[in-house]
Design a protein around this ligand. Structure first.
Ligand code: ATP
Ligand code: MG
Length: 311
């Protein structure tokens, strides 16, 4: 269910001294959307989220969340949204249940209302068996579950999840994503960062930030079809590594890397596919298959970054 605008950022900027961490980014997130925010370490994802949550003042530009200006009315934003920060915000000497009661209280939930919400989320997030365990002794994935439960307890309309699944095992990651999809189906808007591109496929739209600027934005399928994504070719050969070595520095090659047992090479245009074939033939290397494919998100982003051009 995708509706009205929940987040609107206009030329949002954050500097630390002379360093520009977030460089005039503009975007909108619609109600009920799962909006993925991707980019390499230090690209500006957490800084952007911290501004949207009302915890960090923008240096320039503006943003609204749920109709409230994040700089002028940060408290209104904080009470209506949920923020799961990238670092741990847990106290090692409080139990799972104590954390949840504490957070519920901070959001003004008391008595039966608090008890029901804590029980519901403990069950939904798989923490009921560990309710009396101290947070400090929880395995990493369970610490993330607890942080997520504390973020969702007050049923915020907008949630910001900053790397909710880092350090979480693959099965639990799938459970996290089932939950995120359910939240979105119930109308909650989700902005989520991740370094796992398989997770990015679950997002309605993705933005890719690089050096503080958004360089690609769209639905996963749109990003893969965009002309700026180039043309990705799959190569199957027994000599993949020698082929990689032969083509990776060619001027028409944007990116080349092993992808499982095949090689993915992204070139600028479809004419370059023949050039690629010629380069391989000239080295006397044999291939079983060389054909254009739908790129993975990894191919798309590697290609866009190398080309240094906005999508
Ligand atoms: N308080 C601060 N003071 C100075 N520089 C900062 C501060 N916070 C962030 N930065 C810098 O701003 C840049 C963006 O950082 P940010 O944490 O937003 O990146 P990120 O995209 O979340 O990266 P990661 O994927 O590693 O979490 C980095 O170069 C970081 O060192
Ligand atoms: Mg970060």
């Amino acid at each position: 269910m995708i509706g009205a605008t929940t987040v609107r950022a206009e030329s949002l900027t954050r500097k630390f001294g002379d360093f520009v961490a977030v460089d005039g980014i503009s975007f909108e997130i619609h109600a009920g959307e799962i909006w993925g925010f991707l980019g390499p370490n230090g690209a500006g994802k957490s800084t952007t989220i911290r501004m949207l949550c009302g915890v960090l003042q923008p240096s320039a530009g503006r943003a609204e969340v749920l109709g409230y200006d994040v700089a002028r009315d940060p408290e209104a934003v904080k009470t209506r949204s949920g923020y799961m920060s990238q670092g741990s915000t847990l106290w090692s000497d409080l139990t799972v249940e104590e954390h949840m009661r504490l957070y519920a209280g901070l959001f003004g939930m008391y008595g039966a209302h608090q008890r029901d919400a804590v029980e519901e989320w403990m069950e939904r997030i798989g923490l009921a068996q560990r309710r009396t365990q101290l947070a400090g002794s929880l395995p990493g994935g369970y610490r993330k579950r607890l942080a997520l439960a504390c973020t969702l307890l007050h049923r915020p309309q907008m949630v910001f999840l900053d790397e909710p699944t880092s350090g979480v095992d693959p099965l639990s990651r799938r459970e996290f994503w089932d939950l995120i999809v359910h939240l979105s189906e119930d109308g909650t808007t989700v902005m989520v960062t991740t370094h796992y591109l398989d997770e990015a496929e679950h997002c309605d739209r993705l933005a890719f930030i690089y050096g503080g600027r958004i360089i690609a934005l769209g639905a996963p399928a749109e990003l893969k079809r965009a002309p700026s994504a180039g043309v990705t070719v799959e190569i199957l050969s027994r000599e993949n590594l020698r082929i990689l070595d032969a083509v990776e520095d060619a001027p028409f090659v944007r990116s080349a890397s092993m992808y499982g047992s095949s090689l993915h090479v992204t070139v600028e245009r479809s004419d370059d596919v023949a050039r690629l074939q010629n380069t391989i033939d000239a080295r006397g290397l044999g291939v079983q298959r060389l054909a254009p494919i739908t790129p993975s998100l990894e191919d798309v982003f590697a290609g866009i970054v190398k080309a240094g051009r906005p999508a």
